[in-house]
Design a protein around this ligand. Structure first.
Ligand code: ZN
Ligand code: ZN
Length: 398
C-alpha cells in the first residue's frame, strides 16, 4: 500500500490524503478547503486523478468530519464518486445547505458509516473511530489493505465533552499500526500548555451570566455542538433561557440526540418576530426581562437586534470562536464596544494540546508517525524519533 498527502503536510486546513493499494485501487481521505482560500473553486482541487472525471480505480472519498477544511472541495468532484461519512455529519451538511450557509455542500451519493463498524471499499477495510472534536460526528480511520495498517487521526482533542471517548481509545488502541497520520494543529505552541476544558468554560460563562444585568450575547458557531451544550448548561444554572436562531435549532434537531438542547425543552427558545409558537421569543419579550435570556448570535439575529435598545451598557458580549474569525464579526464587536457592553473571550481549541498529542501517539505506538494538518511538522521530530515528514504530493510506501 502507498500513501500521499495531497494537501496538509505543511498547513492547517485543506487536508487531503490519497491511499493507493497494490492493485491500483485508490481512496481519498478528506478533501478540504484550504483556510486561506478566498473562494471555493474547482481549481483548488489537489492533484488527484479521477476527481473531476471519475476513473474506475478511484473508489471513494472518506470524510472524517463536517468541517469545511475537510470536506468543502468535495462539491467539485464527479457525482459518481461515492462519499462516505457519518450519518449525523451528513445531516449537518444537508441542513447547512438548506439554510444557504457559506461553503455548504451536500453530496448526492452518501454512504454512511457507524463508529467501530468495519466496512469494505474494494480491497480496503475501514474502521471509523468516533473522536472528541469541536465538530460533531467526527472520526479517525483505521484503513487496512495489502496486510498493512494506516491510522488517520482526523481532528481530535481530549478536553471536549467527549473526553471519555479519547480515554477509551488510548486504553484500547488499534494495534500494529504501520503509519499514523496525526493532526498537529498545536505544534509550534507552548509544549506544556494544557487547554481549558469545556467544563472550565462552563464555569466562566456562568460567572458572566450571573453578574450581567441585561442580555448576554454569545458569538459561537451553530455547528460547535460541544460549545452550545456548554452555554446551555451555564444558562440553565443561571436561571436564564437560551435563545437561538431557527438555523441553530434545526442543526441541533438534525443531531437526533434527545440529550442535546432543542425547542421542545422549556428553556430553549427560538428568536422570532411573532409569538405564534410556544417556543418563540421576540425582541419585545426580551426587552421586558433582559436578565432572563442568553442569546446565541446565529442566523440573522444580530442584524435584527442591532438597532434596538437591547444592546446597551448592561449587556454582555462573549466571543466564543477562534480569534481568526474576529474580522468576520467586526461590525457586531464594534457595536458592542460602542454600547459599553461588557466583553470577554471564552473559547478553547477544537484540537489536541501537546500533552494529549503525546499520549495519543504513545498509545497507538505506530512504526512511523507522519504529521499532517500543521504549520510546524518538524516539531514532531523532537517528540517522536519515528517521525517521518512527507511533503505534499510525495508518494511513499507504507
Ligand atoms: Zn475539524
Ligand atoms: Zn481541520
Amino acid at each position: 500500500m502507498k500513501a500521499c498527502i495531497r494537501r496538509g503536510a505543511e498547513q492547517i486546513g485543506g487536508s487531503a490524503v490519497e491511499i493507493i493499494a497494490s492493485n491500483g485501487q485508490r481512496l481519498i481521505v478528506d478533501l478540504g478547503l484550504p483556510l486561506d482560500a478566498e473562494n471555493n473553486t474547482a481549481d483548488l482541487l489537489p492533484n488527484i486523478k479521477g476527481l473531476i472525471n471519475k476513473s474506475d480505480d478511484l473508489l471513494g472519498l472518506l470524510i472524517s468530519h463536517p468541517h469545511q477544511d475537510h470536506y468543502a472541495l468535495g462539491q467539485h468532484i464527479d457525482s459518481r464518486i461515492p462519499v462516505y461519512m457519518g450519518r449525523i455529519g451528513a445531516n449537518i451538511l444537508n441542513i447547512a445547505k438548506q439554510h444557504n450557509t457559506p461553503n455548504a455542500v451536500s453530496f448526492d451519493k452518501v454512504e454512511v458509516f457507524e463508529s467501530n463498524k468495519t466496512f469494505e471499499i474494494g480491497t480496503f477495510k475501514i474502521t471509523p473511530y468516533l473522536v472528541d472534536h469541536s465538530a460533531y460526528d467526527a472520526y479517525a480511520f483505521l484503513i487496512e489493505a495489502d496486510g498493512k495498517k494506516i491510522f488517520y487521526s482526523g481532528d481530535f482533542r481530549s478536553h471536549g465533552r467527549k473526553s471519555k471517548i479519547f480515554e477509551k481509545m488510548i486504553a484500547n488502541p488499534p494495534k500494529d499500526i504501520d503509519v499514523l497520520f496525526v493532526e498537529g494543529s498545536c505544534l509550534g505552541r507552548d509544549k506544556s500548555e494544557k487547554y481549558e476544558t469545556e467544563e472550565d468554560l462552563e464555569a466562566r460563562f456562568l460567572s458572566v451570566f450571573k453578574k450581567t444585568e441585561g442580555l448576554v450575547f454569545i458569538q459561537a458557531s451553530s455547528q460547535n455542538i460541544d460549545r452550545i451544550v456548554t452555554v446551555y448548561r451555564a444558562t440553565k444554572k443561571s436561571g436564564r433561557k437560551l435563545v437561538m436562531s431557527g438555523y441553530t435549532g434545526h442543526i441541533l434537531w438534525g443531531l437526533e440526540n434527545p440529550k442535546i438542547p432543542n425547542f421542545t425543552w422549556p428553556d430553549v427558545k427560538k428568536f422570532a418576530t411573532d409569538e405564534t409558537a410556544p417556543h418563540n421569543v421576540t425582541a419585545e419579550m426580551m426587552s421586558l426581562n433582559p436578565n432572563k435570556y442568553v442569546v446565541l448570535l446565529g442566523g440573522s439575529i444580530f442584524n435584527q437586534l442591532k438597532s434596538t435598545d437591547l444592546i446597551n451598557s448592561s449587556t454582555s458580549f462573549i466571543y466564543s470562536m477562534w480569534d481568526g474569525y474576529k474580522e468576520l464579526y467586526a461590525e457586531r464587536i464594534e457595536k458592542m464596544k460602542e454600547s459599553g457592553a461588557y466583553m470577554e473571550d471564552i473559547h478553547t481549541s477544537g484540537h489536541a494540546d501537546i500533552p494529549t498529542l503525546k499520549k495519543f501517539v504513545e498509545a497507538i505506538n505506530p512504526n512511523v508517525v507522519v504529521p499532517i494538518h500543521t504549520f510546524f511538522p518538524k516539531d514532531l521530530i523532537a517528540m517522536f524519533s519515528n517521525t517521518k515528514i512527507h511533503k505534499d504530493n510525495e508518494v511513499f510506501e507504507i
